[in-house]
Design a protein around this ligand. Structure first.
Ligand code: A3P
Length: 319
Protein backbone atom coordinates (compact mmCIF):
# COMPACT_ATOMS: atom_id res chain seq x y z
CA UNK A 1 0.00 0.00 0.00
CA UNK A 2 1.10 3.59 -0.57
CA UNK A 3 -1.17 5.09 2.05
CA UNK A 4 1.27 5.20 4.93
CA UNK A 5 2.83 8.54 5.71
CA UNK A 6 5.98 6.90 6.95
CA UNK A 7 8.96 6.18 4.77
CA UNK A 8 9.28 2.72 3.27
CA UNK A 9 11.90 1.36 0.97
CA UNK A 10 10.69 0.09 -2.40
CA UNK A 11 13.76 -1.78 -3.47
CA UNK A 12 17.44 -2.20 -2.84
CA UNK A 13 19.93 0.35 -4.09
CA UNK A 14 22.72 -0.59 -6.47
CA UNK A 15 26.29 0.39 -5.87
CA UNK A 16 27.62 2.89 -8.37
CA UNK A 17 30.91 4.40 -9.42
CA UNK A 18 30.64 8.12 -8.65
CA UNK A 19 33.61 8.96 -10.85
CA UNK A 20 32.06 7.55 -14.00
CA UNK A 21 28.69 9.21 -14.26
CA UNK A 22 27.90 12.80 -13.37
CA UNK A 23 24.45 11.69 -12.29
CA UNK A 24 25.43 8.61 -10.35
CA UNK A 25 24.66 10.29 -7.04
CA UNK A 26 21.08 9.28 -7.76
CA UNK A 27 21.90 6.13 -9.65
CA UNK A 28 19.87 3.76 -7.56
CA UNK A 29 16.58 1.98 -7.74
CA UNK A 30 15.67 2.96 -4.23
CA UNK A 31 12.47 4.87 -3.88
CA UNK A 32 11.11 5.97 -0.53
CA UNK A 33 7.52 6.50 0.40
CA UNK A 34 7.15 9.90 2.00
CA UNK A 35 3.71 11.37 2.75
CA UNK A 36 2.03 9.06 0.25
CA UNK A 37 4.42 9.66 -2.65
CA UNK A 38 7.51 7.82 -3.87
CA UNK A 39 10.84 9.62 -4.13
CA UNK A 40 14.54 9.03 -4.39
CA UNK A 41 15.94 9.63 -0.94
CA UNK A 42 17.66 12.86 -1.75
CA UNK A 43 14.45 14.34 -3.11
CA UNK A 44 12.82 13.70 0.25
CA UNK A 45 15.64 15.69 1.84
CA UNK A 46 15.32 18.44 -0.76
CA UNK A 47 11.55 18.67 -0.40
CA UNK A 48 11.84 18.97 3.37
CA UNK A 49 14.41 21.74 2.92
CA UNK A 50 12.24 23.59 0.42
CA UNK A 51 9.28 23.49 2.76
CA UNK A 52 11.33 25.42 5.30
CA UNK A 53 13.55 27.56 3.08
CA UNK A 54 11.62 28.43 -0.07
CA UNK A 55 10.16 31.93 -0.04
CA UNK A 56 7.62 32.45 -2.78
CA UNK A 57 6.86 35.83 -4.34
CA UNK A 58 3.31 36.71 -5.33
CA UNK A 59 4.28 36.94 -9.00
CA UNK A 60 6.14 33.63 -9.16
CA UNK A 61 4.96 31.30 -11.90
CA UNK A 62 5.25 27.68 -10.85
CA UNK A 63 5.47 24.93 -13.47
CA UNK A 64 4.45 21.67 -11.83
CA UNK A 65 4.68 18.30 -13.53
CA UNK A 66 4.93 14.60 -13.13
CA UNK A 67 8.36 13.76 -14.61
CA UNK A 68 8.40 13.23 -18.40
CA UNK A 69 5.01 14.83 -19.06
CA UNK A 70 6.27 17.88 -20.95
CA UNK A 71 8.20 19.95 -18.40
CA UNK A 72 10.87 21.01 -20.90
CA UNK A 73 8.27 22.11 -23.43
CA UNK A 74 6.26 24.04 -20.85
CA UNK A 75 9.43 25.70 -19.55
CA UNK A 76 10.28 26.87 -23.06
CA UNK A 77 6.73 28.10 -23.69
CA UNK A 78 6.33 29.94 -20.38
CA UNK A 79 9.75 31.56 -20.76
CA UNK A 80 9.10 32.65 -24.35
CA UNK A 81 5.58 33.93 -23.69
CA UNK A 82 6.48 35.97 -20.60
CA UNK A 83 9.66 37.41 -22.15
CA UNK A 84 8.29 38.10 -25.61
CA UNK A 85 8.70 41.86 -25.42
CA UNK A 86 12.29 41.43 -24.28
CA UNK A 87 13.70 39.04 -26.84
CA UNK A 88 13.61 38.96 -30.58
CA UNK A 89 13.01 35.57 -32.20
CA UNK A 90 16.20 35.92 -34.24
CA UNK A 91 18.30 36.48 -31.13
CA UNK A 92 16.42 34.45 -28.57
CA UNK A 93 18.02 32.80 -25.50
CA UNK A 94 16.46 29.47 -26.50
CA UNK A 95 18.61 29.47 -29.63
CA UNK A 96 21.69 28.98 -27.47
CA UNK A 97 20.43 27.80 -24.10
CA UNK A 98 18.49 24.75 -23.01
CA UNK A 99 15.00 25.28 -21.49
CA UNK A 100 16.27 23.48 -18.38
CA UNK A 101 18.93 26.19 -17.99
CA UNK A 102 16.53 29.06 -18.50
CA UNK A 103 13.93 27.78 -16.03
CA UNK A 104 15.20 26.14 -12.85
CA UNK A 105 13.55 23.21 -11.10
CA UNK A 106 13.67 24.09 -7.41
CA UNK A 107 13.70 20.48 -6.18
CA UNK A 108 16.81 19.82 -8.30
CA UNK A 109 18.44 23.20 -7.78
CA UNK A 110 18.45 23.29 -3.99
CA UNK A 111 21.68 21.87 -2.57
CA UNK A 112 21.51 19.70 0.50
CA UNK A 113 22.93 22.55 2.61
CA UNK A 114 19.71 24.43 1.80
CA UNK A 115 21.42 27.43 0.19
CA UNK A 116 18.82 28.90 -2.17
CA UNK A 117 20.89 31.87 -3.41
CA UNK A 118 20.62 30.78 -7.05
CA UNK A 119 16.81 31.02 -6.80
CA UNK A 120 16.63 34.03 -4.49
CA UNK A 121 18.76 36.20 -6.74
CA UNK A 122 16.54 35.68 -9.78
CA UNK A 123 14.65 38.81 -10.85
CA UNK A 124 10.85 38.90 -10.66
CA UNK A 125 8.70 37.56 -12.11
CA UNK A 126 10.40 34.22 -11.64
CA UNK A 127 9.42 31.08 -13.49
CA UNK A 128 10.26 28.06 -11.37
CA UNK A 129 9.54 24.39 -11.88
CA UNK A 130 8.87 21.51 -9.53
CA UNK A 131 7.87 17.86 -9.60
CA UNK A 132 6.49 18.05 -6.07
CA UNK A 133 2.95 16.83 -5.52
CA UNK A 134 0.54 19.63 -4.66
CA UNK A 135 0.19 18.46 -1.06
CA UNK A 136 3.93 18.82 -0.50
CA UNK A 137 4.47 22.24 -2.09
CA UNK A 138 6.08 24.76 0.28
CA UNK A 139 3.29 26.59 2.15
CA UNK A 140 4.61 29.91 0.95
CA UNK A 141 3.44 29.12 -2.61
CA UNK A 142 -0.14 28.83 -1.38
CA UNK A 143 0.07 31.84 0.91
CA UNK A 144 1.28 34.06 -1.94
CA UNK A 145 -1.29 32.66 -4.36
CA UNK A 146 1.30 31.95 -7.05
CA UNK A 147 -0.03 30.85 -10.40
CA UNK A 148 0.64 27.22 -11.20
CA UNK A 149 0.89 25.60 -14.63
CA UNK A 150 0.44 21.84 -14.49
CA UNK A 151 0.94 19.50 -17.42
CA UNK A 152 0.10 15.82 -17.49
CA UNK A 153 0.21 13.19 -20.16
CA UNK A 154 -1.14 9.79 -21.14
CA UNK A 155 0.30 7.60 -18.36
CA UNK A 156 1.48 4.99 -20.90
CA UNK A 157 3.58 7.51 -22.82
CA UNK A 158 4.82 9.07 -19.58
CA UNK A 159 5.86 5.63 -18.35
CA UNK A 160 7.76 4.79 -21.54
CA UNK A 161 9.41 8.21 -21.61
CA UNK A 162 10.46 7.88 -17.96
CA UNK A 163 11.83 4.39 -18.50
CA UNK A 164 14.06 5.62 -21.33
CA UNK A 165 15.19 8.67 -19.38
CA UNK A 166 15.97 6.70 -16.24
CA UNK A 167 18.00 4.20 -18.24
CA UNK A 168 19.95 6.91 -19.96
CA UNK A 169 20.40 9.55 -17.31
CA UNK A 170 20.43 7.59 -14.10
CA UNK A 171 22.22 4.72 -15.83
CA UNK A 172 19.71 2.27 -14.36
CA UNK A 173 19.24 -0.63 -16.67
CA UNK A 174 15.86 -1.61 -15.31
CA UNK A 175 13.87 -4.23 -17.17
CA UNK A 176 10.84 -2.52 -18.68
CA UNK A 177 8.47 -5.19 -17.32
CA UNK A 178 9.79 -4.75 -13.79
CA UNK A 179 9.48 -0.97 -14.02
CA UNK A 180 5.98 -1.35 -15.48
CA UNK A 181 4.75 -3.58 -12.67
CA UNK A 182 6.07 -1.12 -10.11
CA UNK A 183 4.42 1.75 -11.94
CA UNK A 184 1.10 -0.14 -11.83
CA UNK A 185 1.50 -0.35 -8.05
CA UNK A 186 2.05 3.39 -7.95
CA UNK A 187 5.79 3.08 -7.38
CA UNK A 188 7.56 5.53 -9.68
CA UNK A 189 9.47 8.79 -9.16
CA UNK A 190 7.01 11.28 -7.63
CA UNK A 191 4.29 8.65 -8.01
CA UNK A 192 1.66 7.30 -7.77
CA UNK A 193 1.28 9.01 -11.14
CA UNK A 194 -2.52 9.26 -10.79
CA UNK A 195 -2.43 10.81 -7.31
CA UNK A 196 0.01 13.46 -8.54
CA UNK A 197 -2.39 14.36 -11.38
CA UNK A 198 -5.45 14.18 -9.14
CA UNK A 199 -4.15 16.61 -6.54
CA UNK A 200 -3.47 19.31 -9.14
CA UNK A 201 -6.67 18.48 -11.00
CA UNK A 202 -8.77 19.05 -7.87
CA UNK A 203 -6.98 22.30 -7.16
CA UNK A 204 -7.49 23.48 -10.75
CA UNK A 205 -11.22 22.78 -10.68
CA UNK A 206 -11.59 24.63 -7.36
CA UNK A 207 -9.27 27.51 -8.28
CA UNK A 208 -9.10 27.81 -12.06
CA UNK A 209 -7.49 31.27 -11.85
CA UNK A 210 -4.68 29.82 -9.85
CA UNK A 211 -3.99 26.43 -11.42
CA UNK A 212 -4.05 25.83 -15.17
CA UNK A 213 -4.32 22.11 -15.87
CA UNK A 214 -2.92 21.13 -19.27
CA UNK A 215 -2.62 17.87 -21.19
CA UNK A 216 0.32 17.13 -23.47
CA UNK A 217 -1.92 15.52 -26.10
CA UNK A 218 -4.29 18.51 -26.27
CA UNK A 219 -1.38 20.89 -26.63
CA UNK A 220 0.20 18.82 -29.39
CA UNK A 221 -3.11 18.91 -31.26
CA UNK A 222 -3.73 22.66 -30.95
CA UNK A 223 -0.53 24.42 -29.89
CA UNK A 224 -1.66 27.85 -31.10
CA UNK A 225 -4.80 27.70 -28.99
CA UNK A 226 -2.85 26.66 -25.90
CA UNK A 227 -0.13 29.27 -26.32
CA UNK A 228 -2.92 31.86 -26.25
CA UNK A 229 -4.48 30.20 -23.20
CA UNK A 230 -1.13 30.25 -21.43
CA UNK A 231 -0.54 33.92 -22.20
CA UNK A 232 -3.99 34.88 -20.92
CA UNK A 233 -3.62 32.78 -17.78
CA UNK A 234 -0.27 34.40 -17.09
CA UNK A 235 -1.87 37.84 -17.30
CA UNK A 236 -0.48 38.97 -20.66
CA UNK A 237 -2.82 37.95 -23.48
CA UNK A 238 -1.58 38.45 -27.04
CA UNK A 239 -2.70 41.73 -28.54
CA UNK A 240 -4.43 41.88 -31.93
CA UNK A 241 -1.24 43.40 -33.32
CA UNK A 242 0.80 40.48 -32.04
CA UNK A 243 -1.66 37.96 -33.41
CA UNK A 244 -1.71 39.70 -36.80
CA UNK A 245 2.09 39.74 -36.84
CA UNK A 246 2.17 35.96 -36.28
CA UNK A 247 3.83 36.12 -32.84
CA UNK A 248 1.76 33.20 -31.50
CA UNK A 249 2.92 30.97 -34.36
CA UNK A 250 6.52 32.12 -33.81
CA UNK A 251 6.29 31.04 -30.16
CA UNK A 252 4.88 27.66 -31.19
CA UNK A 253 7.63 27.17 -33.76
CA UNK A 254 10.51 28.19 -31.50
CA UNK A 255 9.31 25.91 -28.69
CA UNK A 256 8.40 22.96 -30.92
CA UNK A 257 10.04 19.57 -30.51
CA UNK A 258 11.48 19.94 -34.00
CA UNK A 259 13.22 23.25 -33.28
CA UNK A 260 14.37 22.55 -29.73
CA UNK A 261 15.58 19.03 -30.46
CA UNK A 262 17.66 20.23 -33.40
CA UNK A 263 19.16 23.02 -31.28
CA UNK A 264 20.04 20.55 -28.52
CA UNK A 265 21.16 17.48 -30.44
CA UNK A 266 24.78 17.35 -29.35
CA UNK A 267 25.80 14.01 -27.88
CA UNK A 268 28.36 15.68 -25.63
CA UNK A 269 26.79 18.94 -24.40
CA UNK A 270 25.31 18.70 -20.95
CA UNK A 271 22.97 20.92 -19.03
CA UNK A 272 24.05 21.59 -15.45
CA UNK A 273 21.09 21.25 -13.12
CA UNK A 274 22.08 21.71 -9.52
CA UNK A 275 23.75 18.41 -8.61
CA UNK A 276 22.90 16.88 -11.98
CA UNK A 277 24.66 17.07 -15.32
CA UNK A 278 22.41 15.70 -18.02
CA UNK A 279 23.02 15.34 -21.74
CA UNK A 280 21.02 18.08 -23.45
CA UNK A 281 19.58 15.70 -26.02
CA UNK A 282 18.16 13.42 -23.29
CA UNK A 283 15.20 15.78 -22.92
CA UNK A 284 14.23 15.32 -26.56
CA UNK A 285 13.62 11.69 -27.38
CA UNK A 286 10.66 11.35 -29.79
CA UNK A 287 8.09 13.93 -28.75
CA UNK A 288 5.18 11.84 -30.06
CA UNK A 289 1.75 10.98 -28.78
CA UNK A 290 1.20 7.21 -28.54
CA UNK A 291 4.83 6.07 -28.75
CA UNK A 292 4.07 3.59 -25.96
CA UNK A 293 2.87 1.04 -28.56
CA UNK A 294 6.48 0.64 -29.68
CA UNK A 295 7.66 -0.36 -26.20
CA UNK A 296 4.93 -2.12 -24.22
CA UNK A 297 2.26 -4.59 -25.26
CA UNK A 298 -1.41 -3.77 -25.86
CA UNK A 299 -2.22 -5.86 -22.82
CA UNK A 300 0.10 -3.79 -20.62
CA UNK A 301 -1.44 -0.65 -22.07
CA UNK A 302 -4.94 -1.85 -21.23
CA UNK A 303 -3.84 -2.80 -17.71
CA UNK A 304 -2.43 0.65 -16.96
CA UNK A 305 -5.44 2.34 -18.54
CA UNK A 306 -7.75 0.29 -16.35
CA UNK A 307 -5.83 1.08 -13.16
CA UNK A 308 -5.73 4.80 -13.92
CA UNK A 309 -9.41 4.85 -14.89
CA UNK A 310 -10.33 3.26 -11.57
CA UNK A 311 -8.15 5.65 -9.60
CA UNK A 312 -9.57 8.71 -11.34
CA UNK A 313 -13.19 7.56 -11.23
CA UNK A 314 -15.58 10.32 -10.26
CA UNK A 315 -12.96 13.07 -10.46
CA UNK A 316 -13.89 14.27 -13.94
CA UNK A 317 -10.30 13.76 -15.07
CA UNK A 318 -9.89 11.31 -17.94
CA UNK A 319 -6.98 10.37 -20.19
P1 A3P B 1 9.35 11.29 -25.15
O1 A3P B 1 10.31 10.55 -24.27
O2 A3P B 1 8.05 10.55 -25.30
O3 A3P B 1 9.93 11.70 -26.44
P2 A3P B 1 9.98 16.28 -19.59
O4 A3P B 1 10.36 17.53 -20.29
O5 A3P B 1 8.88 16.45 -18.60
O6 A3P B 1 11.17 15.58 -19.06
O7 A3P B 1 9.33 15.34 -20.69
C1 A3P B 1 10.09 14.82 -21.73
C2 A3P B 1 9.17 14.37 -22.85
O8 A3P B 1 8.67 15.53 -23.53
C3 A3P B 1 9.93 13.55 -23.86
O9 A3P B 1 8.97 12.65 -24.39
C4 A3P B 1 10.35 14.62 -24.85
O10 A3P B 1 10.69 14.14 -26.11
C5 A3P B 1 9.10 15.48 -24.90
N1 A3P B 1 9.38 16.86 -25.34
C6 A3P B 1 10.47 17.61 -25.04
N2 A3P B 1 10.37 18.81 -25.64
C7 A3P B 1 9.21 18.82 -26.31
C8 A3P B 1 8.57 19.80 -27.15
N3 A3P B 1 9.12 20.98 -27.38
N4 A3P B 1 7.39 19.48 -27.69
C9 A3P B 1 6.82 18.27 -27.47
N5 A3P B 1 7.39 17.31 -26.72
C10 A3P B 1 8.57 17.57 -26.13
Amino acid sequence: TTSSSSEAIASESHSTDLTKHPTSEVSSETLLLYKNFWFRRQFVDRIKLLQVRFKARHDDIIIATNPKCGTTWLKALAFTITNRSRYDFSNHPLLTRHPQELVKTIDVEIPLNGDLTSIETLPSPRILATHMPFSLLPESIGIHGCRILYICRDPKDAFVSRWHFTNEVFTEKTDINVAFNKCCEGISDFGPFWDHCLEYWKESTGKPDRVLFLKYEDMMLEPVKFVKTLASFLGGPFSHEEEDAGVVEEVVRLCSFKTLSSLNNSETDVVERGYLAVKKSAYFRRGKVGDWVNHISDEMGRKLDYIVEEKLKGSGLVF
